[in-house]
Design a protein around this ligand. Sequence first.
Ligand code: HEC
Ligand code: HEC
Length: 301
Amino acid sequence: MADFISGFWNAYVMGLVGLSLLFCLFVLMSNNKRETGPVELHGHVWDENLAEYNNPLPRWWLYLFWITLIFAVVYLSMYPGFGNTKGVLGWSAVGQYETEMRQAEQRYAPIFAKFQGMEIPAVAADEEARGAGKRLFVTYCAQCHGADARGAKGFPNLSDKVWNWGGEPETIKTTITGGRQAMMPPFGPVLGPDGVKDVVNYVRSLSGLAHDSLRAQRGAELFQQNCVACHGPEAKGTQAMGAPNLTDSDWLYGSSEATITETVQLGRTNRMPGFGEFLGEAKVHLLASYVYSLSNQAVAK
Ligand code: HEC
Ligand code: HEC
């Protein structure tokens, strides 16, 4: 209402509301007669033989109308609704939201502050903190990582010991605060179809999967030339770049020949959004502690 550019629409709405109320009042008053003597038929007949007596409205029915009319007037004088008047109570949706937020802030601030001053493993060992962390996780993280934090294709499992960016308490916090951008470049154009096949067979050999050993041998050389800058000379990954360890049985995208071929040929880009600004440090601290507790069950005893 307050967003109207000119006062005209405001007056227009108030006029319409006022007129509607007056019209209701008029209709009520003019039908307010009590039963006096015998009633006549209306005079019109339809569906062959249906006719209607001209009885006055039942009293209780009429009173309901009066009540709604009075309710409208009382409501419009107390709450915003009549043009851009604010109503005598001064209530507003924004005001209510702000009051509730302030109350929540007051209630939770001391709890957050207490945990913010503690080391992450200590917070992870606190049951109340883990409960709060889990609620935050379900709200802000579950849509990508799953409510049980086990992830999905392209979204890492956070409940195991395998970390692409690092599982140290402070590293987890850095990930959540600033987000991460993973970039695996496409190698299809560089290696050609045969080269890709060779290197894929080498990658599969690293974790003991079925492979063509001749191709894997050729692939090892290609790997040294093209892949070690990120995945490391032993293919154990580089956490600073989010480049995964390729020698274990944990796969972000999948270990089948087709999936690895897709990864190597087309590359992968993946983003973990940053939450530092949106949630503030206190909540990120609780979230980092919760995530840390998932793969360090010993602290959660
Ligand atoms: C929009 C989807 C999305 C949301 C929401 C999201 N994440 Fe992520 N997260 C990702 C993706 C994708 C990655 C993997 C990035 C990569 O490929 O390296 C990731 C990676 C991570 C990692 C690093 C895992 C590793 O192996 O090092 C952590 C920790 C993490 N997320 C925690 C969280 C937490 C806590 C939240 C909630 C505050 C959250 N994420 C919300 C998509 C999301
Ligand atoms: C510029 C750095 C970089 C180079 C060079 C690079 N990679 Fe990667 N690689 C990454 C990153 C980062 C990821 C993770 C992508 C993600 O999280 O979405 C990745 C992911 C992968 C995966 C998916 C692993 C999984 O868990 O599903 C495979 C397989 C892979 N790389 C193989 C290779 C091979 C083979 C080469 C050389 C031909 C190579 N990479 C070269 C950075 C690199």
